[in-house]
Design a protein around this ligand. Structure first.
Ligand code: NDP
Ligand code: KPL
Length: 319
């Protein structure tokens, strides 16, 4: 069984496709209201053209609010957790699941968050858990309580540490990886997940804050020399931080950023979507983390710092 915590864009995509291909999935929501909607309507995944790609009827799904974790886990302890909340919700989730989870046998947690810092926080709170950091270029956008649009198929890289050689890892390959492949996800195991996370961090640190500040779609970043200049400034500062920290980087990353803008030209970045919804963004885990990395290495990242503060300030609701 796979426990998916967070029934947002990515959570509904993974839960819907895994359940549709026969995996036993338990989906955990934040609210009772959303759990009831999903139990009633099922999960619907639409493709980009608005056609139904996957529909799983509600009466075939196991779905509950996370507040019920303690009660339900005493009967069936979680072995594999896909953590699919945003960075800002992780502490709250751990608070809800840890009192029970910590006493259980080894649990594997696949962490799909953008940004960095979460792996260390989870490891500190739950040292016994086996963590599988992951990076995905899937694009999913929530439509309602129980439906999403799968805006773009991508690749999911999951961190793999050969040297661990634990039974848990063997089970991961035999069960989790196979279930993901059977559900049609393009998944690979990566021995260089940290590098993948730093590449994705830079992509998000360049695209997300600028689209959020200017309230433009990703593709619109490419249409103006001033916008491109700011992108390059953020990129160069980020690379300087990586150099100072001894993090391996590749000169192709700049072109990859431009390609992501092109490939997702019509999309709102997740940060813009959060700003428009007046929700908490992940800027602290993206640009904020780069600024902290810079400080620790004795260099600065002033443009990242200004954008971090500007975007943090936006979430304060007026009145
Ligand atoms: N969407 C995408 O295409 C991609 C997303 N990512 C990353 O994946 C992560 C998730 O993103 P995404 O799915 O888009 O985010 P969403 O905001 O769509 O989903 C997050 C979900 O977590 C739920 N949640 C929050 N707190 C709790 C809690 N205490 N218990 C249970 N559930 C909770 C939210 O519930 P509620 O709505 O009720 O608050 C929401 O349904 C982010 O880090 C993002 O950067 C990475 C690549 C692509
Ligand atoms: C790659 C990008 C920028 C696509 O929109 C993204 O990951 C996000 O919006 O958070």
């Amino acid at each position: 069984m796979i426990d998916i915590i967070g029934a947002g864009s990515l959570g509904l995509l993974f839960a819907g496709r895994l359940a549709a291909t026969g995996t036993d999935v338990r989906l955990w929501t934040r609210t009772l209201e959303q759990a009831r909607s999903i139990a009633c309507d099922g999960i619907t995944v639409f493709d980009k053209g608005g056609e139904i790609a996957v529909h799983v009827p509600g009466d075939t799904l196991k779905v509950a609010p996370l507040a019920d974790w303690q009660r339900l886990n005493s009967h069936a302890p979680a072995q594999w957790i896909f953590l699919m909340t945003k960075q800002g919700a992780i502490e709250e989730v751990l608070k809800q699941i840890l009192p029970v989870a910590k006493t259980e046998r080894e649990t594997g947690i696949v962490c799909l968050q953008n940004g960095i810092g979460h792996i260390e926080r989870i490891r500190q709170a739950w040292p016994e858990a086996e963590l599988y950091p992951a990076v995905t270029t899937e694009g999913a956008k929530r439509q309602g309580a129980a439906s999403i649009v799968h805006a773009g198929a991508g690749v999911t890289e999951i961190g793999w540490y050969e040297e661990r050689g634990k039974t848990q890892d063997r089970n991961f390959k035999q069960y989790v990886l196979n279930r993901l492949l059977a559900a049609g996800f393009d998944v690979c195991l990566s021995k260089e997940i940290e590098n993948g996370m730093y590449r994705k961090l830079l992509i998000n640190a360049v695209i997300n804050p600028l689209t959020a500040i200017w309230r433009i779609r990703n593709g619109e970043l490419l249409l103006d020399p001033v916008r491109l200049h700011m992108m390059r400034k953020l990129y160069d500062e980020g690379i300087q931080v990586y150099e100072a920290r001894g993090i391996r980087w590749d000169s192709s990353w700049w072109d990859q950023i431009l390609n992501v803008c092109q490939a997702t030209a019509e999309n709102h970045s997740s940060m813009l979507a959060d700003v428009l919804a007046q929700s908490m963004t992940e800027v602290a885990s993206i640009n904020g983390q780069l600024v902290q990395m810079a400080e620790q290495a004795g260099v600065t990242a002033p443009t990242h710092e200004v954008l971090w503060q500007l975007i943090e300030g936006m979430r304060l609701k007026e009145g």
